[in-house]
Structures are given as structure tokens and as C-alpha cells.
Write a protein that binds this ligand. Structure first.
Ligand SMILES: C[S@@+](CC[C@H](N)C(=O)[O-])C[C@H]1O[C@@H](n2cnc3c(N)ncnc32)[C@H](O)[C@@H]1O
Length: 271
């Protein structure tokens, strides 16, 4: 069954300001989507000029998401996903990848951007054997996320928590760490944390983040690869550990994605 959370069911028409560049829409622009406005494209182009690899970064990050979800629903046998920082619907959304492996998978999407909410119905058309739901909530309020997710997900069974390209929006390391701990603490043993975020490995990417933070909303803060690896403390890392996304269980790619991008990703299992 495809169900929708109360936050979608009771919603007003979402309000958003198209003159303020927003992360979900700029990301959509780099991924080749159409759900963006001139202000998003303007900042997107400025960043492209400073850091042309950003488009490959975005595509390689999405490719990691698909491989990780295939691994989780396949080899790891996971049937429940909590995808926080969903972004605008694109190709290979989490529920499509997971339900292609196991149609009974249940997926809860969470985002706080009104335009993602406006497009969320596209995320709620899942396999009839499974369920998809959307929660309009902020990662900074993990209690609300967990409480609303429990309407669709069974917390007595393993859940894969997905934090893809979102923790960089939490500037404070301690706050980001405590959010991760709260989420991981709420799921049972045999659950997983999957994450991917931008790293400060070159001057170009640091400049790109500076341009972003001058005008786009919310701000984005790069971390070192070591700092990102620490989010997996206490978890058993799935091979090959915390690496640049193209290096995580690569599959032959016709588009020839690069071997290394300015991100670190990983999948960790809660013992
Ligand atoms: C860079 S996009 C990544 C989208 C998708 N996860 C992917 O990997 O392609 C980050 C997403 O996180 C959402 N986001 C940022 N901060 C958030 C917060 N505090 N709470 C909920 N969502 C947030 C944005 O609205 C955006 O959709």
C-alpha cells in the first residue's frame, strides 16, 4: 500500500520563495532536472564555474545512493528505509531502487523544503506490497521524525537510516553527531546508517562552498573525510568502509564516472 503521512495529508499548499536559491532545487539543476528557478540556476552556475566537477559529484552521489540501497535491500535483507533529506524526485529514488529488489519495502521520506513537499506525491507511488510515506520535518528535530516515521515503519525490525547530502547543512559538529546518535539509538540491532557528504579536499570545492554560503539556503559546511568517518563510530562498517562514493562497491558505468569526488560515504551496521 502507498500511504501518506499526516503532514502530507493535512497540508496547506506549500509556500516557497523562488527568489532565494534552495539546496534541493540547485541539486536538481545539477542533476539535469527541471524543478528549479532562475535564482537556483544562477548560484548553480557560479559554483559550476569555480568547481566544474560539481555535476559529476552530484551524479556520483546519486549513483552511490542506488548502489547502497540495492546492497541494503539485497545482500543485507533490509525492508525499511528512513531517507532524511530526500531532495526532489529524480531517477532511482530510494523506494524505486529498494522495491525493485523487494516490493514489500517500506520507505519514509523526510525533508523540510516546501518545494520537496509540493513534489512529494511523486514519491508516494510505490509497489502495492510495500508502503511509502512523506514527512515534512526538520532533521534538527529527530524526535518528531522518529515519532511520525513510526506510523509507517516497525521499529522492532531493522531500518536503514539514510542521510545523503544533508549533514553538511548542520554546521555544528556536536549537533550533527548528537542527531546521528539519537537516530541510530532509536533503531534496533541489525539496522544501518548510510551517509554521504561533501569533503573539503580541494581549494576548488572550498571555494564552491563559500559561494554557496553567500547566497543559498540552507548553508552547507564541508567536513574532512576523517570527520565524516566519525559519524560511523560504534557501527560495523560494510566493506570498503568510508570512501569517496565512486569507490564504494563500484559497478561498471557506461557514463564513466570519476574515481574520486569531493565526498565521503559509507554504510555502517548497528551491532
Ligand atoms: C543536497 S540535497 C540531497 C538530496 C538527496 N538526499 C540526494 O542525495 O540526492 C539535500 C536535501 O536535504 C534537505 N535538507 C537540508 N537541511 C534539512 C533539514 N535540516 N531537515 C530536513 N531536510 C533538510 C534539503 O531540502 C534537500 O532536499
Amino acid at each position: 500500500m502507498a500511504d501518506s503521512s499526516s503532514s502530507l495529508g493535512q497540508r496547506q499548499e506549500p509556500k516557497f520563495d523562488s527568489s532565494v536559491p534552495q539546496t534541493a532545487r540547485i541539486w536538481n539543476y545539477w542533476l539535469g532536472g527541471k524543478d528549479n528557478f532562475p535564482a537556483d540556476r544562477q548560484v548553480g552556475d557560479q559554483i559550476l564555474e569555480a568547481f566544474p566537477e560539481i555535476v559529476e559529484n552530484a551524479r556520483a552521489s546519486r549513483a552511490f545512493l542506488a548502489r547502497a540501497v540495492r546492497y541494503l535491500a539485497g545482500e543485507a535483507g533490509i525492508r525499511q528505509f528512513l531517507d532524511i533529506g530526500t531532495g526532489l524526485p529524480t531517477a532511482d529514488n530510494t523506494h524505486q531502487v529498494a522495491q525493485a529488489v523487494a516490493p514489500e519495502c517500506r520507505i519514509v521520506y523526510v525533508d523540510n523544503d516546501p518545494i520537496v513537499l509540493a513534489h512529494a506525491r511523486a514519491l508516494l507511488v510505490g509497489a502495492p506490497q510495500g508502503a511509502t510515506a512523506y514527512i515534512d520535518a526538520d532533521l534538527r528535530d529527530p524526535e518528531k521524525v522518529l515519532q511520525e516515521a513510526a506510523r509507517t515503519l516497525d521499529f522492532t525490525q531493522p531500518i536503514a537510516i539514510m542521510l545523503m547530502g544533508i549533514l553538511g547543512h548542520i554546521a555544528d559538529d556536536g549537533e550533527a553527531q548528537s542527531i546521528v546518535q539519537r537516530l541510530v539509538g532509536a533503531v534496533r540491532s541489525g539496522s544501518y546508517l548510510t551517509m554521504n557528504d561533501g569533503t573539503d579536499i580541494s581549494e576548488e570545492v572550498v571555494e564552491a562552498a563559500r559561494i554557496w554560503n553567500e547566497s543559498a539556503n540552507p548553508t552547507y559546511h564541508l567536513r574532512s573525510p576523517d570527520r565524516i568517518a566519525r559519524f560511523f563510530d560504534g557501527l560495523e562498517l560494510v566493506e570498503p568502509g568510508v570512501v569517496s562514493p565512486p569507490r564504494w562497491r563500484p559497478e561498471p558505468s557506461p557514463s564513466g564516472l570519476p574515481a574520486e569526488i569531493a565526498s565521503s560515504c559509507g554504510v555502517g551496521r548497528k551491532p
